[in-house]
Design a protein around this ligand. Structure first.
Ligand SMILES: *[C@@H]1O[C@H](CO)[C@@H](O)[C@H](O)[C@H]1NC(C)=O
Length: 411
């Protein structure tokens, strides 16, 4: 009988050990990646409090609520929110903001906007308070689509300049086709100033950026003299291969600010031909050789610039991106390769990636904002004209910071 139990024990012990181990690993990953729900609730409550305060002393205010994108990536939503907020300010209306949708957690996973950007929520009100100040009976519903991308912005402005106190826009004007068209060009002159005056990250984002810059010894603006100046490279892979093929088939060009004439000299030759699917692929999903060419173009004659930070989307569902990162790293730190590529001053001294940024548990949602801000502050930025993250970086560098287009290369 005793022997019998012993046999069981021998089988059970490693099994129990394995189960405990798996349990601990699951617990670790669950808690590490768990968003700070309590903080989000507090922030949402503060948003409502601030919105109520604003309507309390705001006789004569006019309001506008837009039909916004729900889902897609953070930067797709952020770019649209910034355009709508700008449009509201241009037409003297209080912007009614909506939460962001955190798609990796589902179509309904809302997170409060001011946890990420505090610009668009300042002087604005949230949806909850909008319903009180503008009950449905007092709302005027409008459509803003003009039928022509070139006149879209001007037309939207003329409609919103009307006297109706509470306006709800029922159509989605800043759709993908509009954002890839030259319709955005007429917005740029004022949008540039808007970014300089109104773009603002939340204090959480800025706190993490500071910590990361300290830890990685990155300069906090190109003009300062302490710490290392660095290149930021945005390697957009992940789900992009399939997406780029689709963009090739539909003859789609670059998005938003990458289409601006002022950035056209920053595009690594050959010129994009949206009617040629091979050309679209070349720019949208560039080979690692082409990516290295873009880096060479920027650093060959800047021997002081030997630190590069690579923002990429490698994750458990896209593990091969890490492999590409290590391939790039290998080449960039190889003196023979650097010599062949004509780099005065030798290869890169330091190659880092997004994952090297020290983050505390629960900070995962902010990683994308930290990437954008680090790329904004880099001496040189190399990005992808099809990506909303890259084009957001371009807008902040050239618009908010009056940076030089020569310091940007789009592959
Ligand atoms: C299409 O683009 C590729 C890549 O740039 C180029 O090699 C090819 O000649 C182009 N084809 C045409 C018909 O222009």
């Amino acid at each position: 009988m005793a022997k019998h139990i012993q046999v069981h024990w021998r089988v059970l012990r490693p099994l129990l050990f394995l189960l405990t181990f798996l349990g601990l690993v699951t617990y670790y990953f669950y808690h590490r990646s768990r968003p700070p729900y309590q903080l989000y609730t507090t922030i949402a409550t503060t948003e409502t409090k601030e919105s109520n305060k604003l309507i309390g002393n705001s006789r004569g205010h006019k309001y506008v609520k837009f039909k916004q994108l729900r889902g897609a990536g953070f930067n797709n939503q952020a770019q649209e929110i910034l355009l709508y907020h700008h449009l509201a300010l241009q037409t003297n209306r209080v912007y009614v903001y909506q939460p962001l949708i955190w798609r990796p957690r589902g179509e309904k996973a809302a997170v409060p906007l001011s946890a990420f950007m505090s610009g668009p929520t300042k002087g604005s009100i949230n949806e909850e308070v909008f319903i009180q100040v503008c009950p449905e009976g007092e709302v005027t519903h409008v459509q803003l689509f003009s039928g022509d991308y070139e006149t879209q912005w001007a037309h939207a402005k003329s409609v919103l300049e009307g006297n109706d106190r509470c306006v709800v826009v029922d159509d989605w004007i800043f759709n993908w086709n509009f954002l890839a068209s030259s319709g955005t060009h007429s917005i740029w002159p004022t949008f540039q100033k808007y970014l300089a005056n109104h773009f603002e990250w939340s204090s959480d984002v800025l706190r993490i950026v500071d910590r990361v810059q300290n830890a990685l010894n990155f300069r906090n603006k190109p003009s300062s003299k302490d710490r290392d100046s660095y290149v930021a490279l945005h390697l957009r892979r992940g789900d992009f291969e399939e997406h780029c093929r689709y963009l090739g088939e539909t003859h789609t060009g670059f998005t938003t600010w990458a289409t601006l004439p002022l950035i056209s000299d920053s595009i690594l030759p050959p010129t994009l031909d949206a009617n040629n699917a091979t050309s679209v692929m070349e720019h949208c999903y560039p080979s690692l050789y082409r990516t290295l060419d873009a880096i060479t173009h920027q650093v060959r004659s800047r021997p002081h610039l030997r630190t590069i930070h690579i923002l990429h989307d490698g994750a458990w569902d896209h593990p091969l991106v890490y492999l590409q990162y290590y391939k790039l790293r290998e080449a960039l730190m190889d003196s023979e390769w650097a010599e062949q590529a004509g780099w005065a001053g030798g290869p890169m001294h330091r190659v880092t990636q997004s994952a090297d940024a020290p983050k505390v548990w629960g900070e995962g949602d902010w990683a994308v904002c930290v990437d954008v801000e680090l790329a904004r502050r880099a001496e040189v930025f190399i990005g992808n004209g099809y990506s909303s993250l890259s084009t957001q970086v371009v807008a902040l560098r050239l618009g908010a910071d009056s940076g030089r287009p020569e310091d940007v290369t789009l592959v």
